[in-house]
Every structure is written in C-alpha cells, then in structure tokens.
Design a binder for this molecule. Structure first.
Ligand code: NDP
Length: 450
C-alpha cells in the first residue's frame, strides 16, 4: 500500500495499492491493442478524441489543481495555471494530428517520399515536481502521432495523474489508450524500460535514473527521450533593465520551491551591478509569501517530501543568507537562501539542488560570463539580461543550453521545443519537434522506370 502524504501538513491524504510486474506487463499487452485501434481511426476522430481530453481536463480543472496542490505542496494558483496548460497541450497537439508531414525527395529513376509512422506503445515515466503537466507534454504528442501511452507517475505524487487516467477512461476513446500505472520506479518503471512490447520511453527525472533508463532500454533498442537535471545560469549584464531582472530572478530560482529542472540557480551578475543586484534580489525574495499552498496568495509551498527536505538541507552552509520565513510546525518547509560569491568548486555551484538555494556569482567580462555559464555538466535552460541586441545573440549562441530566453525567465511554451544539451538529456518535448520523437521515419522509393 502506498500512502500519499500532504507535504504541507504531513497528513496521509490517500492510500492505494502499488502495481507489480505482472500488472505492468498486462498493461503493455492491453496498450498494444489500443494502439492498433487508435491508429486505425480517421484523422478527424483522433483530433476530436484529443479535444475531448482537453475538454475533460478543463471541466475538472479545479479538482485536478487541488489534487496537485495537496500532493506536491504546490501553491494552488500555480497548480491552476499548470492544469490549464495541460488542457492547452492536448488542444495544441489535436491540431497537429493532420499536419504530420513527410517529404518528397528528388532522386533518379523514381519518386521518393518519407512517412512518419507511429511507434506503438509509448511509456511516459514522469517526475514529482510537475506531475500532470510533464506527463501531458509527452502523452499529447505521442497520441497525436498515433501511439498509445502508459504513464508511470512518481510514486510520491500520483493523485492528479491517476485522476486524469480515470477521466480519460470515461471518454469515447479506444479502451486503455491512456493507462496510468502506479508503482515503484525500480519495479514498474524497470518493466516499462525493458519490455520488448514498449517501443519508446520518455523519461523525466534525475540524471542518475536517466542513465539507468538508457542502460535498461538498450537491450531492446528502445527509442528514448530524456529530460534530466539542470544547473541553469541567469546571466545579468550591467546594461540590462536591472529592476526587471531583479524582480523576476527570485521566481526563476525559487518558483515551485526550487524544485524545477529549469531553476536558474546560478545567477551570474556583472560586477558593476553586483551589489545593487544582490540587495535587490534578497529584498524581492523576502517579499515572497511562504505558506499554505491552498491560499491563492501563496508564492512558495513546502518541499515535496521528508527525504527531499533532508537532501536539500545538506546544501545549507553557514554563509547562506536566509531570505524569508518558513512556517513552523508540521510540513517540509524551507525558506529561500542566497549564497553570495561562493567558491566556484562548492556543491552549491556545481550540483543540482532542487530546492530554494541560489548562488550569486560576479563576472567581469562577456567572455567570463559565457565560460562560467558553460562550466557545468548540465545544459537545460538559462536567461540572458541585456539591452545590447548583438550581445544577446552572441551570448545565446555561445551558451551550451537547449532552451534560452533573453530578458525573460520563461523556458516552456507549448509551441517551442524544450530539452537539454550535455547531461541534461536528449530529445525534445513540445512544439512540432516533439512529433519526431514519437514517430519512426520511413522512406519509400517508387521505381518509375519499370
Ligand atoms: P527519479 O529520477 O528517481 O524519479 C523520476 C521518475 O523515475 C519517477 O517516476 C520514478 O519512480 C522513476 N524511476 C525511478 N527509478 C527508476 C528506474 N530504475 N527505472 C525507471 N523509472 C524509475 O527522481 P527522484 O524522485 O529520486 O529525485 C531525485 C532528484 O532528481 C531530484 O532531487 C532532482 O535533482 C532530480 N529531478 C529532476 C527532475 C526534472 O524535472 N528533470 C524531476 C524530478 C527530480 P518512483 O519515484 O515511483 O520510484
């Protein structure tokens, strides 16, 4: 039995049985049948099916948001926005169903064309920080391309995804088109990453588990997409609109209580603006409201679990400046902390913390900023703040990162590809690009000389 704990109160809010190996294997068999049925429907039927999923999410937005908020400890205002994004994600990919294009290629002696074929059964292994949104970023393009899906949410945060699965099961879609299976990653996840009946695994989580998924998927040559850790840089030049950069930087690292693979946890600031930035950043952070996730005014909730709280606590050093006040009492609370000008080899600079701790590091030149930004095993996201257009392009092209924004801290838009360089993973979620990760490319040559 798995007990679901509300991280803001430490109360058990749900209990459910965990699936085992046999149940995971049975789900894969059911999924194969569902995939054949789904792929044989007309384009309009598949599009309408995906629009029905969007509509059922919209109709149950409040319930799904409350489940996400109480399970993850996420502020309800964030959870509502995220569930709205889930519905929009299905709407976006509903529009893609009849726009998955091939090419005709000039060749001698005939006609050559490409087709993007469905892969089959897709396994989506999702994390606990944005459970339903991240699952949807993979379920929706997989369905649009004609695949069936089995989702395995992280076992500490299953509630929203389980409810989503129940809601989808009420729709007039092939039975078992989207199955949600809850069980430990090392058991159920392992079945999905090794079973020959699964064609593709889309995994979001830690780099270490991502490496395990790769090893496990190798034997059956599964296609994989990995969206892993990050240690993203927020690069602030002295010529930037500093007020705007300061105002938005705390949300970019402390949003979701720092449990975000795109958290801009290394803030690189040009020395001329360093002191002003640090004092403004600490003041802006102190104004964030930490507390009850059910309160619409709350900016930061607790960390997701006791284990995670103790992992993040191990990064707190004596030189970390406390910026805010966490509630007393039960709950896995942690107020933001800021480490100013740390040793560049310290763990706070090199490791993904996944909690509310930011490092602010000075630099003296554009070259040094680029060198520092790239001095990490990760390459997921990042920001550049400057009013010099040439510099914005130079630095954006030089940064080893898959997803960058200029004078903004946004990383995710449904229409644009999202994913990492280096050990942040490979493959891309979202946008039209994601469809390439859910289709096999087939080339057909027709001899016109015969
Ligand atoms: P994991 O990477 O272990 O978990 C992510 C998902 O993988 C969960 O659904 C988990 O299931 C599943 N899983 C675990 N082991 C296996 C396996 N051997 N085979 C297949 N699936 C597996 O993350 P953690 O929860 O342990 O978090 C650790 C760290 O990972 C965080 O502190 C953070 O640094 C990073 N992380 C990064 C995320 C991102 O968005 N890139 C998201 C979450 C974490 P289950 O939990 O049920 O075992």
């Amino acid at each position: 039995m798995n007990s679901v704990i509300n991280p803001a109160t430490e109360e058990v809010i749900a209990e459910f049985p965990m699936a085992d190996v046999a149940e995971a294997e049975a789900a894969i068999d059911r999924s194969k049948k569902a995939q054949r049925e789904w792929a044989s429907l007309s384009l309009n039927e598949r599009r309408d099916g995906m629009l029905a999923i969007a509509a059922v999410v919209d109709a149950n937005l409040e319930e799904l948001a409350r489940l996400e908020s109480s399970d993850v400890g996420k502020p309800i205002s964030d959870a509502r926005g995220e569930v709205a994004m889930v519905a929009n994600c299905f709407r976006y990919y509903a529009g893609v169903v009849d726009k998955i294009l091939g090419e005709t290629i000039p060749v001698d002696g005939g006609v050559d064309m490409t087709f993007r074929e469905p892969m089959g059964v897709v396994a989506v292994i999702s994390p606990w920080n944005f459970p339903l949104p991240i699952a949807s970023w993979n379920i929706a393009p997989a369905l649009a391309a004609g695949n069936s899906v089995i989702v395995k949410p992280a076992d500490i945060t299953t509630l929203s995804t389980r409810r989503f699965g129940e809601l989808v099961a009420t729709l007039n879609l092939p039975a078992n088109l989207v199955q949600v299976i809850c069980g430990p990653g090392r058991v159920v996840g392992r079945v999905l990453t090794s079973h020959p009946g699964v064609a593709k695994v889309s995994f979001t989580g830690s780099t270490a588990t991502g490496q395990d998924v790769m090893r496990s998927a190798a034997d059956t040559m599964k296609r994989i997409t990995l969206e892993l850790g990050g240690k993203s840089a927020n690069v602030v030049f002295a010529d930037a609109d500093l007020d705007l950069a300061i105002k938005s930087a705390p949300g970019a690292v402390f949003g979701n209580t720092g449990q975000d693979c795109c958290a801009r946890s290394r803030i690189l600031v040009e020395r001329k603006a360093f002191d002003d930035f640090v004092s403004g950043f600490v003041a802006a952070t102190e104004s964030l409201k930490i507390g009850d996730p059910a309160d619409p005014e709350t900016h930061l909730g607790p960390l997701v679990s006791r284990d995670h709280h103790s992992k993040v606590s191990s990064f707190i050093t004596d030189d970390a400046v406390l910026a805010g006040q966490a509630p007393d009492g039960p709950g896995f609370w942690m107020a933001p902390r800021v480490v100013v000008d740390p040793d560049l080899t310290s763990r706070v600079v090199t490791d993904e913390i996944f909690g509310p701790i930011a490092a602010i590091i000075p630099f003296d030149s554009e070259e040094e900023a680029i060198r520092l930004a790239n001095d990490t095993i990760y390459g997921l996201s990042g920001s550049i703040w400057t009013t010099d257009l040439g510099r914005a392009f130079r630095v954006a092209r030089a940064m080893e990162s898959g997803t960058l924004s200029v004078n903004s801290n946004s990383s995710v838009r449904l229409q644009t590809p999202f994913g990492g360089f280096k050990q942040s993973g490979f493959g891309r979620e979202l946008g039209l690009e994601a469809i390439n990760g859910y289709t096999e490319l087939k080339n057909v040559f027709i001899n016109t000389q015969a």
